[in-house]
Ligand binder design. Structure first.
Ligand code: 13P
Ligand code: ZN
Ligand code: NA
Length: 281
């Protein structure tokens, strides 16, 4: 069924694993991610960024995910990723999203608190959990370029959570959106330091390109939700390219969809195992 992210993230925090959160761009990706979750008996979050919402609309993604989630016993959550305005966050809740992120990390501390608090107040009325971000994750996120890489300060994180009442917090420890040029330099002890003073589940962004060891250690230290986007798009597109190279006469979109879904599903299965959420539904 379609559920909020509240229980799945609290369960993950309690049991020391992370829920995988996978960015989807179309029906095929939705089906592939849910199929992976069913195969592993894992709770799952599907998420769309503002640019994806612009491409497909909130109502369309909500419709697709609602229909697919209704067919399965696995808990499925639909989350707005990197919500970039109060208005979009509210529209997502109205459209049927069961979790939202408001990303005020490009604002200064006080303005980040203000916009986050404003979303939390409305979300409370909807019964929908809110993820916020403090500190800056590097790289190109959706169509915004992060300017500087600033890791999250634990004491600021504590104050931020207390003053906003958010349900989960994305923190910066050196990861970046997209693939990494060199080896990423992660401040893993910072995850533990933040976890020690912050009550809510922590969220790791930018997981495409991280090693299995990196993901596992971040989860062990307290990350309860791990976001994967770029590598799923690559898996999807590589599978389509391969089919078109091997069989250039292909013209049926369903044929492209079948190979793309298989590739995305395999990638999601591997990442769910790294997060330790398999068997946790
Ligand atoms: P990647 O594109 O590096 O997987 O980052 C995903 C993410 O953080 C989505 O919010
Ligand atoms: Zn992100
Ligand atoms: Na990344």
């Amino acid at each position: 069924p379609l559920v909020t992210s509240e229980k799945m993230l609290l369960d993950a925090k309690k049991d020391g694993y992370a829920v995988g959160a996978f960015n989807v761009e179309n029906m095929e990706m939705v089906k592939a991610v849910i199929a992976a979750a069913e195969e592993l008996n894992a709770p799952v979050m599907l998420q769309t960024t503002p640019s994806t919402v612009k491409y497909g609309t909130l109502e369309t993604f909500a419709g697709i995910v609602k229909a697919e989630a209704a067919k399965t016993k696995i808990p499925v959550c639909l989350h707005l990723d990197h919500g970039n305005s109060f208005e979009l966050a509210v529209q997502a809740m109205k459209a049927g999203y069961t979790s939202v992120m408001i990303d005020g990390s490009h604002e200064d501390f006080e303005n980040n608190i203000a916009v986050t608090k404003k979303v939390v107040d409305v979300a409370n009325a909807f019964g929908i959990p809110v993820e916020a971000e403090l500190g800056k994750v590097g790289g190109k996120e959706d169509d915004l370029e992060a300017d500087t890489d600033t890791n999250t300060d634990p004491q600021e994180a504590k104050e931020f959570v207390e003053r906003t009442g958010v349900s989960s917090l994305a923190v910066a420890i050196g990861t970046a959106h997209g693939f990494y040029v060199g080896t990423p330099v992660l401040d893993k002890p910072r995850v533990s330091a933040i976890k020690e003073v912050v009550d809510v589940p922590l969220v790791l962004h930018g997981a495409s390109g991280l090693s299995e060891e990196d993901v596992r250690e971040c989860v062990e230290r307290g990350m309860c939700k791990v976001n994967f986007a770029t590598e799923l798009r690559v898996a999807y597109t590589d599978a389509v390219k391969k089919l078109l190279e091997e069989k250039p006469e292909t013209f049926d979109p369903k044929k492209l969809g079948v190979v793309a879904m298989e590739a995305v599903k395999e990638q999601v299965i591997a990442r769910m195992k790294m997060c330790g959420c398999d068997g946790k539904a």
